[in-house]
Ligand binder design. Structure first.
Ligand code: GLU
Length: 386
């Protein structure tokens, strides 16, 4: 593997189904890997044990397969940098955290949940611009070695915190491949690295993963932009190379009730989950194709000129991506679906419908399989058949 090879990852947390926004991030990563002869990694970010389930992981893998997003490394396919599930990588995080601790870049914090909420309350009441564990609030930061040792040996629970060296008057600048230069204040918070049960926080785990999995580009949703200063500080403290970043805009929809634009919501919108389209019988190509149109402004022109080309031969370019949130347009997706189905042969329509019915509609499945030739004749109407 050359040092330059593009390695990207899609890292869903299995706390729910695959959301359309998640699918879009997955497709971006996948298309970027394919366009650059790179490697597409699927990683399961399951460090939140209360909300992650194996069932959701299976639903996500299934939705990814349904969409035709094959991963080169990850669950069920393996790879040289696995395991690809965070809960199977706990030793690695603990070793990385221990190294930071040995180097004085991490420290044990014994503050209880009550003490932490008292700090937060005091900060909020005082109108603090930044809330969290830092500066004068970070009282465990200055405990002596003897005291740390005594309290640990006495069995007091503790978390391991990052010893931030950030300065609130300084700014960091990073180059986002979609948005250009972004400037933000340095991180000054002493973030938790390992919780009291030794499980890492997401912030810390993903930094270790992206380093050890040799991720070159982090392409993910824009909700992560505000965490970048924290992530860069962690990469640097660990001595890891900072990956390149690309933060994708949110998927929006027009609310039917009042016509306003809002974020596509997992809770309110059935069409927010990929499985909705699988269940409703959309051809998967239509969804990927549609998402590609949201992705690059020149995709539609390319498609018109390359009607039957494989989607992964599209010369994907992060710079051509829109920065503002894009609107999920069901009518357009329906239109694309219609086009996709119209170029299929009757045999293909039959096979695909049968496959769908087998999973979602027993009665229809029986009718279709018992009347194959009749069904195909009907499906061939206007496709060359009389
Ligand atoms: N597990 C995170 C999520 O589900 C991934 C964030 C990232 O890609 O770094 O949003």
């Amino acid at each position: 593997m050359s040092d330059q090879q593009v390695r990207v990852r899609f890292a869903p947390s299995p706390t729910g189904k695959l959301h359309v926004g998640g699918a879009r991030t997955a497709i971006y990563n996948w298309a970027f890997a394919r366009a650059n002869d790179g490697v597409f990694i699927l990683r399961i970010d399951d460090t939140d044990p209360t909300r992650s389930t194996d069932e959701n992981t299976q639903i996500i893998l299934r939705a990814m397969r349904w969409l035709g997003l094959d991963w080169d490394e990850g669950p069920e396919v393996g790879g040289d940098f696995g395991p690809y599930k965070q809960t199977e990588r706990l030793d690695l995080y603990r070793q990385a955290a221990q190294k930071l601790w040995d180097e004085g870049r991490a420290y044990p914090c014994f503050c209880t949940a009550d003490e932490l909420s008292a700090i937060r309350e005091e900060q909020e009441n005082g109108g603090a611009a930044i809330t969290g564990y830092f500066g004068k609030w970070a009282k465990c930061r200055s405990l002596s070695f003897e005291e740390q040792k005594r309290r640990i040996e006495a069995g007091e629970p503790y978390v391991l915190r990052f010893r931030s060296e950030g300065d609130e008057n300084k700014r960091i600048v990073f180059d986002d491949l979609i948005r250009g230069k972004i400037e933000m204040p340095e991180n000054i918070i002493d973030e938790v690295l390992l919780k009291s049960d030794g499980v890492p926080t997401y912030h810390f785990a993903h930094v270790c993963d992206d380093h050890f999995m040799r991720t070159t580009h982090v392409i993910r949703g824009e909700e992560w932009i505000s965490s970048v200063p924290k992530h860069i500080a962690l990469f640097k403290a660990c001595g890891y190379r900072v990956p390149k970043y690309a933060h994708t805009p949110q998927v929006m929809k027009t609310d039917e009730t009042d016509g306003t634009k809002r974020k596509l919501s997992k809770r309110k919108d059935p069409e927010a989950s990929v499985s909705y389209f699988a269940q409703s019988g959309y051809p998967k190509e239509a969804l990927t194709e549609y998402i590609m149109t949201l992705l690059n402004s020149n995709f539609e022109d390319w498609r018109r000129a390359n009607k039957t080309a494989d989607i992964f031969s599209f010369p994907f370019n992060l710079k051509k991506m829109s920065v503002s949130g894009c609107l999920f347009d069901l009518a357009k997706l329906n239109d694309i679906s219609k086009n996709v189905i119209s170029v299929m042969t009757a045999d293909e329509v039959y096979e695909r419908t049968l496959e769908w019915a087998k999973e979602y509609d027993d009665e229809y499945y029986t009718v279709l399989s018992e009347n194959e030739s009749k069904a195909k004749l009907m499906m061939n109407l206007d496709r060359g058949g009389k």
